[in-house]
Structure formats: structure tokens, C-alpha cells
Design a protein around this ligand. Sequence first.
Ligand code: NAD
Length: 341
Amino acid sequence: MFKVGLVGYGFMGHMHAQCYVATGDAKIEALCDIDPAKRKEAEEKYGCKTYECIDCMLKDADLDIVDVCVPTYLHEEMVVKAAKAGKNIMCEKPMSTTVAACERMIKAANDAGTTLMFGQVIRFWPEYQVVKKIIDSKEYGEVKYILAQRRSAFPTSWENWYADEAKSGGGALDLHIHDIDFINYIFGKPKAVFAQGTPGPNTGINGINTQLIYGDTRRASAEGILHLMPKYPFNMNLLVQLEKATIKLDTGATPTLMVYTEDGGEFAPELPKVEAVSKSTETSGNISDLGGYFLELQYFVNCLKEGKKPEILTPEDAMLAVKVCLAAVESAKAGGKIVEL
Ligand SMILES: NC(=O)c1ccc[n+]([C@@H]2O[C@H](COP(=O)([O-])OP(=O)(O)OC[C@H]3O[C@@H](n4cnc5c(N)ncnc54)[C@H](O)[C@@H]3O)[C@@H](O)[C@H]2O)c1
């Protein structure tokens, strides 16, 4: 049983805690959050020890994993401290708001010889996993075009930190990064990007359209909007044009995933069932809502169990996603200039 020390018990901290318990292979041993109400809630739910800072937790608790779910601008501090304490680390996305910070985090984990993974969860999301499998099978030929879209109301958060570009990177880095990472997963590193963005309503670019340039006939385009009206339903969309099929993913449709083939056929591929042990204290055994987050953390725990480094998503992949997003922000802020990578 892996002993997890959770850092930050906000929206994602709650999600991660439930998922670890549901793996059946990990337990919430300790938790730190600066908010006493959050600490009390965690003590009652998980019977864990709680602390007001990561230093106190690392000094006192016996941990195998440190899981970082604090706001993005604090990721580097927590990851480096956990690495120096010799812990395996799972940290939410985006890895950080600068490439230099990403490099320091990778170095800290490499120096310590510990395992480091980031929460680019789309690589584990059931529908996107099926899309990747279909592409990799080569049954329908090569990918010609990808259009990825993600739309959301502005999130509420501790001290409204998402509204401060210096803390979150803005919607371009916070939301758009999911689609940029998925496109990187399929096409690899682009040569350059071109983007247009809408600033506001607070600091940062919270609505952005990015074209990824590869220097050949492949085309990819992504849109991320994080400033829609409060009741707007969160939505993920993906269109993949292959030589002999078109794949359509729309989380607002039923079924969410469809494949249209060259011969006029159409089918809804079977999605992986998220089988979780029924040990979650919050979900009464029904973990399906946690979907991709559960699969992501189960994968991380399985890698540790098997003594393997995560291959589906390396720290370098997470850093590349940050790099491409920062290039898109630079392009958008310069009115759409081409930014080389
Ligand atoms: N993978 C995804 O789909 C996804 C979705 C949402 C958020 N995220 C990421 O997860 C991270 C957390 O976001 P969130 O929405 O949960 O934020 P949140 O505002 O809901 O929670 C942040 C928590 O951190 C605590 N905190 C602040 N400073 C701290 C410190 N120094 N030590 C300990 N605790 C501290 C706060 O009290 C709060 O409980 C961010 O990096 C965000 O980008 C990822």
C-alpha cells in the first residue's frame, strides 16, 4: 500500500484523494493545506495526519508519494522540496508557468532518482485513449488534420488565483494545454505556432486559437476558451481526419465518440470501462465520474509498483506542452506572429 502525502486539498486535491483510495493500492497518509477548514475535512474523511505546510509534512510523515495539487505558481517549490526529500512525485498540470522552472523540476527529480509525473490527464481520458489506439493501429491510414477544442466557464478557486496570469499562466496555459499536449502526443513537436487570443476578463489570454506548423502537409489547430459565462457547460471536442476515416469526439453528444469511414460506414467505438475497487469514501464505489483522473493515477501507482518510469507521459512531454503554450501566448500577444520552437 503506497502512502500518499497530498499537497493542496482544493478542487483537484479532492479528486486525487478519491482516485488514490479507489486504486486499492494507495492511501492518504498525510495532507497539507494552509486552510484549517480543509485540513479538518481531510482528517474526518481520510483519518490522515494533516499539516499547514509541506516542510512540516515532509519532516514528520512517512510517505512514498507526494501528490501536488496546489495552484500552478507553487508547483516548482513543492516538487523540488519533495524530490529533495527523496519522494516519488505526481504533480498537476500545467507543469509550471516557465520552461526554466520545468527544467529545474526535472533536474531535482533526476538528482534524487525519484519518479516524477504530471497531470496531462487527456492522455488517460477514455475517449482520447481510444482515438490514440485507432490512430496507432494505422487501419485508417495517416492523420491529416486535427482540430481540438475545449470550452469552459471561468473556474472559481482559492484566492481567485486563476485570474492572475503570473500565477496560472492564464487560460492559454491552464486549459488550452490539454489539447496542445494531445496534439503533441499524435504529431510530436511542431516547428512553429501562430495564435490569436482574447485577453481578459482578468489578466492573461483566456480565449486562444493556435495553429501548429510542422513544415509539411499535416495540419493541427486548437481552441481553448476559459472565460465563458458561469452556466456554460464544460465541453471537449476533437476532430481527427485520417486518410480513410473521420473521428469525432464531443463530450456534449451521445455517444461521445464516433468514427465515420471512407465506405460510408459509421460506428461508436467501445470505450474502456473504468473498473475501480469500491473503496472510495466519497463515491460509494461509483468511480466512473473520475474517469481519466482515476486511470492517470492508477497508471502512476502501477508504474511505481512495477518499478518502471512512466512512458505514456514523461516530464519532458509535460515540459514540451508548456513550451508550445508559451509560444502560442507570445504569438497571440504579438498580434499573431509566427513563433518558432
Ligand atoms: N488536470 C485537470 O484537469 C485540472 C483541472 C483543474 C485544475 N488543475 C490544476 O490543479 C492545480 C490545483 O488547482 P485547483 O483548481 O485544485 O485549485 P484550488 O484553488 O481549488 O485549490 C488550491 C488549494 O491549495 C491550497 N494551498 C494554497 N497554497 C498552499 C500552500 N502553500 N501549501 C498547501 N496548500 C496550499 C489552497 O488552500 C487550496 O485548498 C492547478 O495547477 C490547476 O491548474 C488541473
